[in-house]
Write a protein that binds this ligand. Structure first.
Ligand code: PRX
Length: 651
């Protein structure tokens, strides 16, 4: 833990809305006088009928439920669009930077975005979408993605975005789980000069026997590549947009009505559909965007995430647009066609705030500082980090080289489930320590508990739980409220279990240490080891598989798979390659195993439970007797020796 302290820069001390005293006072009041604090905060949104109640949530089994602003009515798209029109309808809402730097960026003003959203909302209605229906979005990073999100919000349809890098199989699973009836996609996506066959993937997904709910596919022409259109099912976005009016009254939504669902990985089973509500979620996205980034008119704000993840939802679309910001949306990769690309985009659009992931920083660091220093970057004032623990080395590089020492690093800890940031610094208020997400935001009451759930005081390390509900908290797991309770509220009763470990130092700073469950974080992408295992055992030659994470210089964690083959099958390099391809096809490239070790057997207890602790150590290369610990309780202790021996020949 680095104890180096970076004070608030003078420029931020003068400009920021928050200082340290206000931050502390706000946090105290948000906990001690929660109802009045939150009803006051609710006024930052535009309500059709304002709420008279704040939280009516409970983490206890007897009256379990998450409910925020339950008697309030609003429409999220009105908050992100209509309410800005009178004062700054002509200011830029979205700057779109294409994958290929030779192409021309697009700019949409709030008025233009409003116009497009209302039209597309009418298109969705014509396609049969009604309040509460699910619409799946499988799109590249183009403005139409934001348009589609907001159009769903306008009519009260629940969007379910599936990351464009997921396979047809993964897409089909996510369509079927929520029975969505309409799918919005593009002909192809583009990333790093390569084409992503989105429509072809859609065709493959919809051809699967179990995937029958979609009756309409709306296709955006993004690249003009050749695709098949199925008559009666598939329609072009530009055709239908030309035929609708731009008047679309917003659907009044209860604050607790679902705004979206987003699938995320857990330690067991299939990815679950995390359900977020309307009022609480939007309040949280908007408030945290203001607290963490202190947006002011004229700033250009760039969150370099993908809309397929929660970061894209909350910090490319909902948070910034609710706050009337200019949000930059980038189609491509941070280091293509050159490792300078991310900084060139900063210069091209005079970006004030850049928000990206540690994995990106580590990859860029490796390329050398010249790619950074060759660019100007004088517009940068604030740098954000999200998705995984930021190692102090990457933090210092980001601060000193990218930000030339003048930009605070806003390291935001949160999860798909939390809706938006939970533990994070505020630029005018918080002295920073490299690698620490610092302090909880208002209303967030973190606790660190030991394995028995006993709350630890003072400096300590253990499991991170949250002791009370906050407005952005997910409301349920789609179609499985019981799984919601069991996953998050049964381990340490009375609290929300994050699945992360954390330390708190003597100054009260929080340091997230990573997942304590069987979830791994690969390049900021969350992956359940169970998902990769399920994909592997579907292969005809595989008898059993166990997957663990291991430290990876760039990705943070890599995927290490132990594979036991069926009797009679021989390990080979070609089979190893085939299994890697198999997993990519089953889940998508983000699940590509980095290492496959053929294992004659897996270390199991006598009751048959796989000892992952041992597998993690072997994957890390830490095979000392001390690291492996007591193996005498295993059903067959010789398995471990064999794994250690064969590890040496893994390429
Ligand atoms: O382990 C934590 C890590 O990412 C997990 C959540 O992943 P996901 O739901 O995909 O959301 C990513 C966007 C917030 C967490 O359980 N994580 C996220 N941000 C940080 C982090 N770990 C350490 N520091 C962070 N700033």
């Amino acid at each position: 833990m680095s104890q180096e302290l970076f004070p608030v820069p003078a420029e931020w001390a003068t400009r920021a809305r928050m200082n340290e005293d206000r931050r502390m006072a706000d946090h105290k009041r948000s906990l001690e006088d929660a109802d009045s604090y939150w009803l006051e905060q609710a006024a930052r949104l535009n309500w059709m009928s304002p709420p008279s109640k704040a939280s009516e949530s409970s983490f206890d089994e007897a009256d379990f439920g998450i409910s925020w602003f339950a008697d309030g009515t609003l429409n999220v798209s009105v908050n992100c669009l209509d309410r800005h029109l009178a004062d700054h309808g002509d200011s830029v809402a979205i700057i779109w930077e294409p994958d290929d730097p030779a192409e021309t960026p697009r700019r949409l003003t709030y008025r233009q975005l409003h116009h497009a959203v209302c039209r597309f909302a009418n298109v969705l209605k014509d396609a049969g979408a009604r309040k509460g229906d699910r619409v799946t979005l499988y799109l590249p990073m183009i403005p139409e993605a934001a348009i589609a999100l907001l159009a769903c919000a306008r009519i009260g349809a629940i969007h379910s975005v599936v990351f464009g890098g997921f396979s047809p199989e993964a897409l089909a699973g996510r369509i079927t789980d929520c029975d969505s009836t309409i799918l919005v996609t593009a002909d192809e996506g583009r990333r790093g000069g390569k084409r992503v066959p989105l429509k072809a993937n859609v065709d493959a997904a919809l051809a699967m026997d179990h995937c029958t709910s979609i009756h309409r596919v709306i296709v955006v022409q993004a690249t003009g590549g050749a695709i098949d259109m199925q008559p009666g099912r598939d329609i072009w976005y530009h055709d239908v947009m030309a035929g609708v009016v731009s008047d679309c009254p917003p659907e009044p939504m209860n604050a607790c009505d679902p705004l979206f669902l987003l699938y995320t990985s857990g330690s067991t089973g299939k990815p679950k559909g995390v359900v977020h509500g309307s009022g609480g979620y939007l309040l949280w996205a908007s408030l945290t965007h203001e607290l963490c980034f202190d947006y002011r008119p004229g700033d250009v704000y760039w969150c370099a995430a993908d809309i397929g993840w929660v970061t894209g939802h909350s910090y490319i679309v909902y948070g910034p647009l609710a706050n009337g910001a200019t949000t930059l949306m980038y189609e491509g990769l941070p280091s293509w066609p050159t490792p300078s690309r991310i900084w060139q985009v900063v210069d091209r659009h005079q970006v004030h705030t850049l928000f990206t992931a540690p994995t990106v920083l580590r990859a860029l660091m490796k390329e050398g500082d010249d790619f950074v220093t060759a660019t100007d970057r004088s517009s940068l004032r604030l740098l954000g980090s999200v998705g995984e623990p930021i190692n102090p080395e990457a933090w210092r590089w980001y601060h000193a080289i990218a930000g030339e020492g003048r930009c605070p690093i806003i390291d935001t800890w949160w999860q798909t489930e939390t809706g938006a940031a939970m533990i994070a610094p505020m630029p005018g208020a918080t002295a920073l320590k490299p690698g620490s997400a610092t302090f909880p935001l208002p209303g967030v009451e973190p606790q660190i508990v030991d394995g028995e759930g006993v709350v630890q005081q003072g400096p300590c390390e253990g499991n991170l739980v949250i002791a009370r509900s906050w407005p952005g908290q997910m409301q349920t797991v789609w179609n499985d409220h019981d799984r919601f309770f069991q996953t998050y509220f049964s381990t340490f009763p009375g609290t929300y279990t994050t699945g992360d470990g954390a330390r708190r130092d003597a100054d009260g700073y929080y340091w997230i240490t990573g997942r304590v469950d069987d979830v791994i974080n690969v390049s900021g992408h969350r992956m359940g080891t169970a998902e990769v295992e399920s994909a592997l055992v579907l292969h005809a030659k595989v008898a059993e598989a166990a997957v663990v994470g291991f430290p990876h210089d760039i990705k943070g964690q890599g995927i290490y798979a132990y594979v036991t083959l069926n009797m009679g099958e021989e390990p080979s390099d070609s089979l190893r390659r085939a299994l890697v391809q198999w997993v990519r096809a089953e889940i998508g490239p983000i699940a590509t195993p980095d290492v496959i070790q053929f294992a004659p057997g897996l270390p199991k207890t006598r009751s048959g439970k796989i000892m992952r602790r041992i597998l993690r150590k072997i994957a890390e290369g830490d095979v000392s007797a001390q690291a492996l610990g007591d193996i005498s309780t295993l059903a067959d202790p010789t398995v471990v020796k064999e794994l250690v021996r064969t590890r040496a020949i893994v390429p």
